[in-house]
Design a binder for this molecule. Structure first.
Ligand code: UDP
Length: 330
């Protein structure tokens, strides 16, 4: 197969490209390198640097790359906090970018797309675990734009026959076992890489954002899922569309929740070092508990997440971070 990966130089995108190439697929990447890294681009992938908001650029890639079987779309801004202070940036990149992309895909007769969506489409859940049919009421601009992107695929599908799979991830973490690629955001806002900055000597202590939530130890509970398991789900979703199946939405998580304190304890074990903590205010917009039901992805896509042990997941992240304390600039 020949797969176009938008955002293939980013965290989840680069891991998916590595897995696709491992399976012998042909990969073409588009990335504007605004948040992605050239060092994360697999050497066997064909790389085009450019922005999906630029119709001429997207058209030129699709004119050049004949016979693309499917598209995997990761190209978006994804920081919740930033999306609240700069919402229009998110509307511009996430929504306007996807609109231009879809116009070009339709014009080129490409009709299968797998989309990187998020648990943030649900907002504050009514119950746990979250099912795909549950109410979607995002509490931040990031989640709102991702939900709107899902709807853009839906209505483009109705009009133009495009089929899509939307994958709503919970908390992506971990790194590739080769040690060549891993998580490298700037600024970093995610819990596990921030915790690992402490044993890496880059941070004095990890702040716990609130310990008065209605959970067992008062700290927020999340469902942490290994980036390689996410990568496998994208590949299965492409296969699902290639087999002619209808558009669909799937949650991707382990179905198990870990509190912030539990994650810190697991990181102490995985790194063999003690990690200093300090208490901080709650972070705006953080739901107390987010846990996925991924039964549908297991039943329909045949997805089998392989990394369900939080300590092992953090050990794989640590394997990357300890050798790359400054990300790809290390
Ligand atoms: N968190 C924290 N300290 C930090 C960063 C995150 O206590 O320095 C908490 C955050 O409030 C949330 C959980 O860790 O409950 C996971 O946050 P992250 O930003 O990694 O992912 P999110 O769940 O927001 O997608």
């Amino acid at each position: 197969m020949k797969i176009l990966v938008l955002g293939g130089a980013g965290y989840i995108g680069s891991h998916t490209v590595y897995e696709l190439i491992d399976k012998g697929e042909d990969v073409v990447i588009i990335d504007n390198l605004e948040t992605g890294h050239i060092e994360a681009v697999h050497p066997k992938a064909k790389f085009y640097q450019g922005d999906i908001r630029n119709r001429e650029f997207v058209d030129s890639v699709l004119d050049n790359e004949k016979n693309i079987d499917a598209v995997i779309h990761f190209a978006a801004n994804s920081l919740v906090g930033e999306s609240m202070v700069n919402p229009l940036k998110y509307y511009d990149n996430n929504l306007c970018g996807t609109k231009v992309l879809l116009e070009s895909l339709v014009a080129h007769g490409i009709d299968k797309i797998v989309f990187s969506s998020t648990a943030a489409t649900y907002g504050e859940p009514d119950k746990t675990p979250i099912m795909e049919g549950d109410r979607t009421e995002p509490t931040n601009t990031y989640g709102e734009t991702k939900l709107a992107m899902e709807k853009m695929f839906k209505w483009t599908g109705v009009a133009h026959g495009l089929r899509y799979v939307s994958l709503r991830y919970f908390n992506a973490c971990g790194a590739h076992p080769s040690g060549k690629i891993g998580e490298a955001h700037n600024p970093e806002t995610h819990l596990i890489p921030l915790i690992l900055q402490v044993p890496n000597g880059k941070r004095e202590a990890i702040s716990i954002f609130g310990d008065d939530y209605p959970t067992k130890d008062g700290t927020c509970i999340r469902d942490y899922i290994h980036v390689l398991d996410l990568a496998q789900a994208h590949i299965l979703a492409v296969k699902y569309l290639m087999e002619g199946n209808e558009s669909n939405v799937f949650n991707l998580g382990n179905g198990v929740g870990h509190s912030v304190r539990e994650v810190i304890n697991a990181a102490e074990k995985a790194t063999g070092q003690s990690i200093k903590v300090q208490m901080a205010e709650r972070r705006a917009g953080d739901p107390a508990i987010l846990i996925a039901s991924s039964q549908k992805a297991k039943d329909v896509l045949g997805w089998k997440p392989e990394h369900d042990d939080i300590e092992e997941i953090i050990a794989s992240a640590w394997n990357w971070h300890k050798n790359h304390p400054n990300g790809f600039n290390s």
